[in-house]
Ligand binder design. Sequence first.
Ligand code: ADP
Ligand code: GLC
Length: 483
Amino acid sequence: MKALFATSEIAPWVKTGGLGDVAAALPPALRALGCDVRVLVPRYPALRAAFPAAEHLVHLPWMGGHLPGADVYVAQPEGSFPFLLLDCPMLYDRPGNPYLGPEGHDWLDNHLRFGLLSRVAARLASTATPLDWRPDVLHCHDWQTGLAPYYLRFHESGGAASVVTIHNLAFQGVFPPQLLDELALTGADWHMEGVEYYGLISFLKAGLRHADALTTVSPTYAREIQTDTEGMGMQGLLRARADRLTGILNGIDDAVWNPALDPHIAMRYDRDHLDAKRRNKIALQREMGLAERDDCPLFGVVSRLTHQKGLDLVAEIGAALVGLPAQLAVLGSGDRALEAAFRELAERHPGQVAVTIGYSDPLAHRIEAGADCFLMPSRFEPCGLNQMYSLAYGTPPLVRATGGLADTVTNYTPAGLADGSANGFVCQAATAEAILGTAGSAAALWQDKAGWRQLQRNAMAGDFRWAGPARQYLELYASLRPA
Ligand code: ADP
Ligand code: GLC
């Protein structure tokens, strides 16, 4: 089985969220099962720097509209998988975030940046590929590669079966209809069964309509996105294609997110040596400027600061949280107003609330290891990786009952604690009061040292490795390949 991944992010070089982690960790898990996976990704500056000796494979001439000519390079790091780097300096040789310019606004040519990525993915998966390697399956991720199955079917010669994985339905790749010809599309593509979506072009809609199979990143989210309340406008289409849609829970990379191996944390530990976790708490308190208390729990947050994540509700109850008593350590960036709200909270509660606005992978690891309880009260969450990292780090998460959070976290009850099923705290409503109430239960159990230790051990007993999900993807690929 040969599969081509097409993605706009890949950790650790280009990552704004979980998509980058998945694009880096799922391919090796598939390769371990014998699937030959290669990954097509734009040659951003970080990848140019990481693979200076990448080998030139092929030049692709102008692809119509405003889609410029481009080159494909290949790099295969020792022990890893082949990266196909899509080189087009005028579109990709820009520093920073892959979607936003320095002012925090979308790049004006994102339709071309990801239109070209989609078109090249389709070409390489087609019978007309210029490479001597042709995939059986083209696996696309999110809107950025959503046009690829459409191009493959209607503007290339066809070839591979196609899969679109929805990592987040909130991002739909929507552009004004005037850009149709820039994407080498015509009036013939402009209809409900084509790229048209409520009078606009949507990359994601075209992919969801025409891919051979659709997946999303948890079983609960797969159900939620077919409902009027959570379907974000795509529910009708998703219901119509329900027989093609499956939810496959993400995994975690246990070489990277593993407290027994983690090079970023003060002291390594495992399920049988949880006392060392206390050293990580003290180190985190020192690093972030929190008082070195051990008479109350420390809640941790690592997140994009957006409406999705429900952290505005945490900022709202900040004072009450501190009064439980508890401490709060936040690492995140995003929404400017929310960044300001957390900064203010830290100023009002010095020693009790510490906030780092920014993006830091090492600090993310130290919060997972040093916090007692991880806060993730998302309004919606396709899968969520951080709650799984928290489980692996013996940092029981407090989550809201939605999407992948509902599929991975089981609420504390005395019976669940005893039979091993409870591994965290689940809050039903997305309200400040509900979150505070659940945080109160967590803080109370934390005071019961034996009970808390049992909850940590339950959390760490879970198996969230990629091997299981990779097998499900491989079965899906096999079901698509013509017999
Ligand atoms: P999403 O993809 O919606 O942002 P996930 O939980 O799936 O949510 O994945 C988020 C990933 O991004 C995790 O690996 C998390 O550690 C990382 N992350 C998010 N914000 C930051 C930050 N400010 N600093 C470091 N890592 C972050
Ligand atoms: C998205 C989702 C997140 C998911 C990640 C990886 O960014 O918001 O829930 O874990 O993709 O699939």
